[in-house]
Design a protein around this ligand. Structure first.
Ligand code: HEM
Length: 399
């Protein structure tokens, strides 16, 4: 007899990864949140957990929601999986605890602090260039120009920016379904896959980068031999596109909300609030998956055993049960540690202070130099299965 007596989660026959839902996911998220805490997505055979409280439970309760099946939609333990395992994100405690502690040492706050001057210097350069131009693309000229320079340099890899974009797009499509978007990304990245498999190897690490330190940690026996390359790959995948996406979205929201820009201009301490609020409203990582270890009751509904469960960050971060006026961009809102954009629990983002330092550096340098940031044409979102990121953001910077 089943131990769980709650009713089955309601079923949705719609595809959250359709073109229309990827372009604007929020109307669907609002409908799903009203249906239940978890909704079964029939076209892809997974549960989507859309309310803030239950999303937190899925992310933290690894005994009932394991990462061993992978943080993507495909179960990496089963034949036909289209992703390979990450040796940090796709293991549960207690094994995860040891690996995480070793990596935490490599990325300690003291280490990150030493990058501050490098980030600030590059931020000043980028800000000077864009303010001189006036009319710019917030994605290519600001977010990408900054992150694609500083992040690979502290990781200690020499990778051409256009290749980083191809592999990032592939990764965030592959976390979702194996659909036309994933196939197209695979085709675009096809010619560089052999290069990608090698370029994060030990011999390619530049001296002094934290990539090199990850290999040294492996040599010291801090985690399993042979996994350092996959650790470096995880950092590379997780750290670049997310940060560019969040900086782009912050610029868009500041441009569209001049009264909020005025608050930040008057009090630069609010730059942090603007970034966190953009993370909440346009969460770069939109969904991360777990797998049920048995039949589970969650928020009053029953979930089947051995089934994928996505905690839908983009929906949880606009849940009116958690946030007053959830669709409003409010730079004074207290969200740090409450929004789910960096995840929560054992796997909470290990690079969040790096992302914050990057954002603070570039947004600070820019806002110091301008009186206003104005939209200069329609912004366009890039269609990627699980990443909320802009393709184009025309801006007018008023010095
Ligand atoms: C705004 C930027 C970023 C966002 C939105 C973001 C988002 C996330 C989220 C949601 C998770 C949790 C995944 C899960 O629950 O399965 C995570 C984990 C992770 N992030 Fe970030 N991230 C960002 C920046 C970075 C940076 C800069 C780095 C690189 C240093 C990084 C490295 C990682 C790693 C390695 C994990 C896995 C941690 C673990 O499994 O213990 N992230 N991130």
């Amino acid at each position: 007899m089943s131990a769980v007596i709650a009713p089955d989660a309601p079923v949705l026959d719609e595809d959250p990864f359709s073109d229309a839902n990827i372009a604007d996911p929020y109307p669907l998220f609002a409908r799903m949140r009203e249906m239940a805490a978890a909704v079964f997505i029939a076209p892809h055979d997974y549960y989507s957990v859309v309310r803030h409280q239950e999303a937190g439970i899925v992310a933290t309760d690894y005994a009932r929601f394991t990462t061993a099946g992978g943080v993507g939609l495909s179960d990496i333990r089963k034949p036909g999986a289209w992703r390979t395992r990450s040796p940090i994100t796709e293991i549960d405690p207690p094994d995860h605890t040891r690996v995480r502690a070793a990596l935490q040492k490599v990325l300690s706050p003291l280490v990150v602090k030493t990058w501050r001057d490098k980030f600030l210097a590059r931020a000043e350069e980028v800000a000077d260039e864009v303010v001189a131009k006036g009319r710019v693309d917030g994605v290519a000229d600001i977010a990408e120009a900054f992150v694609l320079d500083v992040f690979p340099s502290v990781l200690g890899v020499d990778v051409p920016p256009e290749r980083i974009k191809l592999t990032g797009e592939l990764n965030f499509n592959q976390i979702g379904p194996n659909n036309a978007r994933t196939a197209a990304a695979l085709e675009r990245a096809g010619p560089i896959m052999e290069w990608y498999a090698q370029v994060l190897g030990r011999e390619y690490m530049l001296p002094g980068g934290f990539g090199e330190k990850i290999y040294q940690a492996e040599d010291a026996g801090d985690f399993e031999k042979g996994t350092a390359q996959f650790q470096v790959r995880t950092f590379f995948r997780a750290g670049v596109d997310t940060t560019m996406a969040a900086i782009g979205s912050t610029l868009k929201l500041l441009a569209e909300n001049p009264e909020q820009f005025a608050l930040v201009k008057a009090n630069p301490a609010l730059i942090k609030g603007a970034f966190e609020e953009a993370l909440r409203l346009e969460s770069p990582a939109q969904i991360m998956f777990r797998t049920t270890t048995g039949e589970v009751e969650l928020g009053g509904v029953r979930l089947r055993a051995d089934t994928k469960v996505g905690y839908q960050i983009g929906a949880a971060n606009r849940d009116p049960r958690q946030w007053a006026d959830p669709d409003r961009f409010d730079v004074t809102r207290q969200t740090t540690g409450v929004h789910r954009a960096f995840g929560v629990g054992a796997h909470v983002c290990i690079g969040q202070m790096i992302a914050r330092l990057e954002a603070d550096s570039i947004l600070g340098a820019l806002i110091r130099r301008v009186r206003a940031i104005e939209p200069a044409g329609p912004a366009r979102w890039r269609p990627v299965n699980t990443l909320r990121t802009l393709d184009v953001l025309p801006l007018n910077l008023v010095a």
